[in-house]
Write a protein that binds this ligand. Structure first.
Ligand code: NAP
Length: 282
């Protein structure tokens, strides 16, 4: 598995298995067990997904040594502010049944971001978390908060797929030495993306599935990729990305699919209130 070195010196597997909106009714447990059996070693969950406990059980039952795994979770905005964030991090660890997390992120760029970040720095200093980062920060939101942080985040996890290639943010993060991790790398399963004529044509030529072309494109663009599936065939094929390479010409053609518009805009007025009302962690 390809890895990236983060700006704090730790390494992160380039491909991870995400569990957003996967129900905690045994489905998350089964999906994570299947992913670990298939060979994924990076799992991406969040307090707001309300499935950390099933992720933890699947990890434990897999029997894979902890040091061979990379586990990411995220602090929810309900727990922002220094004191609440200190408790939130411990709540994630308790639900996951882990002594430490490899990566912990501020899930959203709203409310008391700076207090929450100080709690992440403390958790890292105490060994509860190896690396710390953020999610859903646009260049403007980054400039609003990150200059006040003592430590620069090592990851910004954002929406990224061929229809939304985040050119401005990527150039910015590259200058800052921060890894972009791609959420919704298949556009949340968007049909227009998975059946796009260019992607299908490239897939036919490489004798691959459209999803593999999309995910491989994202890896070759230098992103970490977090893909979700509960389907065993997809879980296996989404991992089979490391035995082929897209040509410069095909990469160029795929770059041409960018519309510079995402499914979500973190700067949209009312977004913080909407998210806070929609996802409750306690
Ligand atoms: P995604 O990975 O872009 O797409 C998932 C959808 O694609 C599912 O419906 C899945 O259905 C389908 N799919 C998966 N593999 C496929 C394949 N090979 N061929 C055809 N369809 C396939 O969507 P996502 O869950 O929105 O994003 C992935 C992860 O990113 C999340 O799970 C989460 O960890 C992270 N995320 C983070 C944030 C954030 O704010 N930080 C936001 C959103 C997501 P099947 O189950 O049937 O395969």
């Amino acid at each position: 598995m390809k890895t990236y070195i983060l700006n704090d010196g730790n390494s992160i597997p380039a491909l991870g298995c995400g569990v957003f909106e996967v129900p905690a009714d045994g489905t998350t447990y089964r999906a994570v067990r299947m992913a670990l059996d298939a060979g994924y070693r990076h799992i991406d969950t969040a307090a707001a997904y309300n499935n950390e406990a099933e992720v933890g059980r699947a990890i434990k039952d897999s029997g894979i040594p902890r040091e061979d795994l990379f586990v990411t979770s995220k602090l929810w905005i309900q727990d922002y502010g220094y004191e609440k964030a200190c408790l939130g991090i411990r709540a994630s660890l308790a639900k996951l049944g882990l002594d430490y997390l490899d990566l912990y992120l501020l899930h959203q760029p709203y409310y008391d971001v700076q207090g929450a970040w100080r709690a992440l720095e403390k958790a890292r200093d105490e060994g509860l978390v190896r690396s710390i980062g953020v999610s859903n920060f646009t260049p403007r939101l980054w400039q609003e908060h990150i200059p006040y942080f003592a430590t620069k985040p090592c990851v910004n996890q954002v929406e990224f797929h061929p229809f939304f290639q985040q050119r401005e943010l990527r150039a910015f993060l590259e200058r800052e030495g921060v890894l972009l991790a791609a959420w919704s790398p298949l556009g949340h399963g968007m049909k227009e993306l998975l059946t796009h004529p260019l992607i299908r044509e490239i897939a036919t030529r490489y004798q691959r599935e459209p999803a593999q072309i999309i995910l491989r494109f994202e890896l070759q663009e230098g992103c970490a990729v977090l893909v979700k599936s509960t389907n065993p065939a997809h879980i296996a094929s989404n991992l089979a990305l490391f035995d082929f390479e897209l040509s410069d010409e095909d990469m160029k053609a795929l770059r041409g699919l960018d519309t510079n518009r995402g499914m979500r805009d973190p700067e949209e007025p009312g977004r913080a209130e909407y998210l806070l009302a929609k996802y409750r962690v306690h």
